[in-house]
Design a protein around this ligand. Structure first.
Ligand SMILES: [Fe+2]
Length: 244
């Protein structure tokens, strides 16, 4: 039995478009447990005019959920985070503690509009770096600006970004094109994290085992350890992660 860490998930109930209620949230945690996940960074959306629960509420809900998990005997530890939708005042938001970094570290999970052009993504990444944060680009395989050009992903990494890819993308859940792109990123060692981005207990679930099996077979044990255990552990410990 392994101990994987999921760094991107929407399991907290009734806080964004993830778990609709407490029952669904607990089912998702059971699925995570069956998938040998023992630590989860919960990353509700922080998006203007959409979902932007205050960090205080996120922490409170996590404390309550952690108590419930322990009562039910599930060996899972939860950490607070956010998936922050990029906007120009993102540094003010973070510096003012209006959004959560990842597990209290200097790492920040950031998403862009899938249709944003490369210069916008590059500018956002640079802005976070200049503010002293370590940006992790959420589901990098989904941006049209990066989709066709691996070199653009390399450029972002060289600038200082970390790349997160969804397990479902690698396994073909979002279509052939996204599967091809995410597998190409893996092959070229341009992926620092693979996470579930789980939203429910039916179609976007916290399943990892199919993906860990694929990566183990294709790239070996060391890769699985690095992507699902070591790199995420470094986030939690707020330690430096090698980019290339
Ligand atoms: Fe997400």
């Amino acid at each position: 039995m392994s101990s994987y860490i999921d760094i991107h998930s929407h399991i907290l109930p009734q806080i964004d478009d993830g778990a609709e209620n407490f029952e669904m949230c607990m089912k998702m945690l059971c699925i995570a447990h069956e998938n040998e996940i023992n630590k989860i960074i919960l990353t509700p959306h922080n998006k203007p005019t959409h979902h932007s629960a205050a960090p205080g509420r996120i922490m409170r809900q996590i404390d309550e959920l952690q108590e419930e998990i322990e009562k039910q005997g599930l060996a899972i530890t939860l950490y607070a985070g956010n998936e922050i939708y990029y906007r120009s005042d993102i540094l003010a938001l973070l510096d003012g503690k209006e959004a959560c970094t990842m597990a209290g570290s200097d790492y920040v999970l950031v998403e862009f509009n899938p249709m944003d052009d490369f210069s916008c993504i590059r500018k956002g990444i640079y802005q976070l770096l200049s503010g002293g944060y370590f940006p992790i680009l959420a589901h990098a395989e989904r941006y049209s600006a990066l989709y066709a050009s691996i070199d653009k992903v390399k450029e972002l990494i060289d600038l200082g970004a970390y790349i997160q890819v969804n397990a479902g993308s690698i396994m073909g859940q979002y279509g052939f094109g996204i599967k091809k792109c995410s597998r190409r990123l893996l092959k070229q060692e341009l992926v620092h994290f693979v996470a579930t981005d789980a939203h429910d207990d039916v179609s976007r679930t916290p399943c990892l085992l199919g993906c860990t099996k694929y990566i183990r077979k294709k790239f070996g044990d060391e890769w699985v350890e690095r992507i699902f255990v070591d790199n995420p552990s470094h986030i939690i410990a707020n330690e430096y992660i090698r980019r290339r």
